[in-house]
Design a protein around this ligand. Sequence first.
Ligand SMILES: NC(=O)c1ccc[n+]([C@@H]2O[C@H](COP(=O)([O-])OP(=O)(O)OC[C@H]3O[C@@H](n4cnc5c(N)ncnc54)[C@H](O)[C@@H]3O)[C@@H](O)[C@H]2O)c1
Length: 486
Amino acid sequence: MQLSRRHFLQAALAAGAFPLLAKGTGGANRKINIGVIGYGRIAHTMDVPGVQRFTDRCVITTVCDCDARRAAYGKKVIEERYAKQGIRQTVRAYGDYRDLLADGAIDAVLICLPDHQHALVAADSLLAGKHIFLQKPFAQTIQEGRVIANLATLKRRVVQVGAWQRSLPQFRRVVQLVRNGRIGRIARVEVGLGCDKAGGCRTPEPVPPTFDYDVWCGPTDPTAPYNWTRCHNQDLRRIGDRPGWIQLAPYGWGMITNWGAHHLDIAAWGLNRNPTSVSGTCAWMDLSGTRLWNVHTTYDLHYDCGGTDVHVCDKFQMGVKFVGEKGDWLWCTRGAVKVTPSDPDPKEAPGRLGALAASRNALLADLPPDAIADDALAHGGERFRSTSDHFLNWLEAIAREDPQYTVCDAEGAHRSTSFCLLGRMCMERGRGKEGGATLAWDPAREVTGDAEADKLLAPLARGDYDLRRSLAGTAYAYEKMIKPIR
Ligand SMILES: NC(=O)c1ccc[n+]([C@@H]2O[C@H](COP(=O)([O-])OP(=O)(O)OC[C@H]3O[C@@H](n4cnc5c(N)ncnc54)[C@H](O)[C@@H]3O)[C@@H](O)[C@H]2O)c1
């Protein structure tokens, strides 16, 4: 008999199936045991290779995917990579992530799932006592994000979010300079995120027998006709391709959360302030013919952050420009770094800025060492730690059992993802309205005060795929968890 999601958690918690991890989880004598949840493009190209390099610190013991062929492929790839490093490691493959979470020997999980699956699986993992590496965007709605951030705090688990630009030197450099007043008060921040293109196909196809489409849909409507462009490519040789769902609501919200979780994250990290309003407009994808993908295309949004205008527009080069009140500016972007085959061409076009730039070179001069000490800039619950490797930073935080050691912890990620999600809410409220919409934001209560917009704060839910029901039998009731606790 299949256990429902809710009964699984309640039974497991009651039976003590998730003991708190022993002291010294990743200590010198013990490797951190890792499970991988979702073996798709990012697990295959980034997250699994990212941790598999650190064979002295961790071992991947388990992989799970609701697409059985991808789970089997992940097992094969991981075992072969270990074999090449002279390590004999058998990897278990599961279809149901609850089997993986029930394994008390697993200390930590890599969550590499589509965005609509993040909150439920992250919450279940934290409730099961696992440390998590959660891909960006942190959550699909603001209340989901608040619940995960609170759970991480209350369960004292280590969270690293996949906003890995925080571990690249040019982004950290610019944020350090901005936070230390190098260009004075910040008048505005310009953020460019690029644009998605219409596509996909609505024509129904049979669901492959090896793919559990109902589980893939999770909290969304499972009667949505299957076509591979809704989910991911079934050809394993194309596992590194950009999946269709990433430009299809309600699985993804488009560039505002996709690349917003990178560049708006840097803007939020540098400003270290919450927005108090957002306004603006966007265009939506062309759904003519059999086209399926439906997220926004062009966009022009303004956030007010305590007198600083954060301007997010598709006309800007992809990256982040902080502009001081006297006109000086500091700029950062990825430059030549290309992490997935679908990333924009890294070749710098004429007139485009490189990875790090400033209105005057002197602005990039190093800060005095005491100004950039690790903790000198800790502020409002956000950390500012020097990291050379995003995955190593996560493994080190687990070994130290220090949830505040990660450069992109749950609270910081929740705050920056809230920028993205507020932008998405503004786009939705502006649908069909000339000039778009304006929303106020109360960062203390995490509400807009606009009844229709506030409905978009709530998690996606279907049957047992429901954060409220997941939390119902635990000490962490949903109604308590959607309020900031820090
Ligand atoms: N950090 C980055 O630079 C970066 C870049 C791109 C994407 N991402 C993020 O990485 C995440 C994964 O994206 P992707 O491109 O790998 O997607 P993908 O569709 O290629 O892979 C996701 C995998 O999860 C599986 N899955 C879905 N629901 C499941 C469930 N309930 N249980 C088990 N398996 C399930 C799918 O079958 C699929 O194989 C997304 O959140 C995306 O936004 C991060």
